[in-house]
Design a protein. Structure first.
Length: 148
C-alpha cells in the first residue's frame, strides 16, 4: 500500500525568495512562518523551508514577497549531506506543488494577486473571508490530550 506525503500550510513569507539555477532548472527557496497557540495561550512560531521548481519558481519570484500570507500545498522532503569538513547536515523542506496568494501588503498588489490565483489554477478568494476565518477559529491540535 502506498503512503501519503502531503503538507498544507498557511503562513506569512519571511523574505523574498532566493532564486537559483540547479542543473538547468529554476529553483525558488523561501521561509514561511506559521503560528499556533499552545495550551498556555502562547504563540508558537514554526519556520518552514519552501522549495518551488521551474514554473512555480517563476511565479514565486514574481508574486511571493515578504509579509504576504500564502497557502502552500506540497510534500515533505528530508535531505542529508556531508560538508567539506566531514560534518553531516540534515534539512527538512516542503516541496511546493501548489501555492496561492491569500493577501497582499498593499492595494496595488490586488490586481497581481488575482492574476496569481488564476495562474495557480484557483478561483480568486476574498481576503476578508480568509482573514475572518483565521481570526475567528481557534487552532485545534489533535495531539493536545496525548501524554508525553
Amino acid at each position: 500500500m502506498a503512503g501519503i506525503n502531503k503538507v498544507l500550510l498557511i503562513g506569512n513569507v519571511a523574505e523574498k525568495p532566493d532564486i537559483l539555477m540547479f542543473n538547468g532548472k529554476k529553483k525558488a527557496i523561501f521561509s514561511l512562518a506559521t503560528n499556533r497557540k499552545t495550551k498556555e495561550k502562547n504563540e508558537d512560531t514554526q519556520w518552514h523551508n519552501i522549495i518551488c521548481w521551474q514554473h512555480l519558481a517563476d511565479i514565486a519570484e514574481q508574486y511571493v514577497k515578504k509579509g504576504v500570507l500564502i497557502y502552500v500545498e506540497g510534500s515533505l522532503n528530508y535531505r542529508k549531506w556531508e560538508d567539506r569538513n566531514g560534518l553531516f547536515h540534515r534539512e527538512t523542506e516542503i516541496i511546493a506543488e501548489k501555492i496561492q496568494i491569500l493577501s497582499s501588503f498593499s492595494r496595488e498588489h490586488q490586481q497581481e494577486e488575482t492574476l496569481a490565483q488564476i495562474v495557480f489554477g484557483e478561483q480568486p478568494m476574498e481576503n476578508s473571508n480568509i482573514t475572518e476565518f483565521i481570526n475567528n477559529n481557534e487552532t485545534i491540535n489533535p495531539f493536545d490530550d496525548i501524554p508525553l
